[in-house]
Design a protein around this ligand. Sequence first.
Ligand code: MN
Length: 748
Amino acid sequence: MGNKDFFDEEDKKLIQAEYDSLVNNLIRCNKPGDREVIDKAFRIANDAHWNMRRKSGEPYIIHPISVAKIVNQEIGLGAKSIITALLHDVVEDTDYTLDNVKRDFGPKIASLIDGLTKISGTYNKENTASMQAENFRKMLLTLSDDMRVILIKIADRLHNMRTLDSMPEHKRMKIAGETIFLYAPLAHRLGLYAIKSELEDLSFKFRQPHIYDEISAKLKHSEKKFYALINKFSLPIIDKLSKAGTQFDISGRPKSIFSIWKKMQSKNVPFEEIYDVLAVRVVFEPDPGIPEKTQCWNIYSMITDSYLPKPDRLRDWVSRPKPNGYEALHVTVMGPEGKWVEVQIRSRRMDEIAERGYAAHWKYKGDSAQENELDKWIKKIRAMLENPLEDPMEFLDEFKMNLFSSEIMVFTPKGTLVSLPKGASALDFAYEIHTEIGNKAIGAKINYKLNPISAVLMSGDQVEIITSDIAKPEKEWLSYVRTSKAKEAIKDALKTETTNRIQKGMELLESKLKELGVSPNAEVVRKLMLAYDVPNKDELYSGIELGIIKLDNLKKIVRKTPGKNVIKYWELKLIGSKKETREEQDKTEKIDRNVPFLLRENVENAEQSYEIAECCNPIPGDEVLGYRSPDGPIIIHKPKCPVAIRIMSNEGNRIIAVKWAIHKLVSFLARIEMSGIDRIGLVNEITNIISSELKVNMTNINISVQNGIFEGTIDIYVHHTKDLNNLILKISNIKGIENVKRVEDFSK
Ligand code: MN
């Protein structure tokens, strides 16, 4: 490096220490020469990133070294992946090119790094949404040649999340959103449980810092009691297992913050109730003479000798592993002090698969092993990638759905198992069996009962498809199916149908023109398009075939001399679209990303107005973010709103920081929901509190009473979350009220 050296002794020491902690703790890198190549990769990366710093001020090279550490120590990948991780940012950020990588490390490492490097080329600004989707797709495409790319990408994301403060501010929300939207589910799908929980927690911590802090403080507070209970519970089990001569570890770990919050939300219960279920893990060293499954059940039997099992909470992932390869036996038992304890029983091998996921899965997979559910999933994703949907955004949604949907298992009439995503219909099943069966389907016998093809299937259903030769796919069918296989097949069939129609329409037109003695040239077709007001030839032809376009005045139209109309039409279109682009750019430049946009009272002629999103209805006091919509106001969302999370992930560049300014005059609509046991005077008490005591403006109250249970919602105008919380508190103190909470989405 001939340039000036900006790193001081301290920087150099830090780099060396970080690198030492990587190479002194290497696992599975014992082939001769491994260490030399890792050192070489480090030297080259260190030179290339020399003098570069992250936003936090630390030398940039710390990031690639840390990613390499995660890749090796937490995911369990070997030398090639470590080298790739060390070099993963050089091609994108430095002068060291992909050709250099190929020259210095060979084609394999070069192709891994290429998979990690974002799409180059010039995408225009308006297209950031599809660019992000396209980048993600590019990364997934490497699934077809090397899974390691995805695993390294997940490690890269994990380190970026651990050090989110070192990322530029305007990127943070985008990164946190993408993480919860795609990377955490992806890590989960690949069986990386520990990494998945950490990604969720980190994303949550950034998106909703207040709630995160609150839960983590409560966790800390109850830590001592937690471990005391776990110990008390474990003693009899330790005793029994030791006497039986089993080698094992037993440990209890508190639930992750994000998973606690998710449960609190979905079950609408307080922290204490979620926290009440303890979880303990027993990991045993398998005895080679006995099948692991048998050993799991033996341990199950020893545990249930001491504690009574909860009958409906037995989960056997040993007999049939989860689609991502997870194996374990889960049982919930009644522990000391009347608390439920979930016990997970796993062998050392199962535990490694659970913790390290995909990488460990391959290590244990013998040649004779049958096709695993994870392999099947990867095959599906590959098929999707080989047959990409034209719109990258649509692809992203499709992929996302494939990540989340847990599988259902249904049977053919002959008893063959077919796995489908949750929510799949009989039509999905038909296409899964064969495209032709799908195309000809008219109904389904589900467990011997006749059902429409749109019927949603449940795990365990036996399905027989009824076909007819005259049946053919309809457009509505697209809304019946969930699998991309079925969707593609229906689209193909519809396309073929359209193509046939266009062909027939064209032939029809040609024969009519022939009768008039006119040859069907481009000029004639253009006249017709203009006369019938259709945008293209295909619509003209298919309109003719369908009889929508009647060729009554054909003669008149064809004979007409061409006017200037045609040209004018196109000119207008061009001018129109140009203008839009210019306006769009103006708006972009007006907003400074680094200064939060202040939400004052919306005034007319303001440079930029804003709107409150209807999906989450934030009010002053709530944490909020802004989405700069392409052609209008800034939309204000809560960071936890599902719509906002989707936007963050797909159009992160349109997210801006916003802040509530003081609202003394304006108030915001909020809704609360309550339930309880009805008694005389209850409603009166509620309305009294709202109108007289608190003097808030109530617009709507809705109450129903059934079998003595009272349920209701109230719409009110408030200035701040403080008003709302105050009101919720007051109402919850009324005798008979069991539950009061704020409603986020009014449409539900
Ligand atoms: Mn990176």
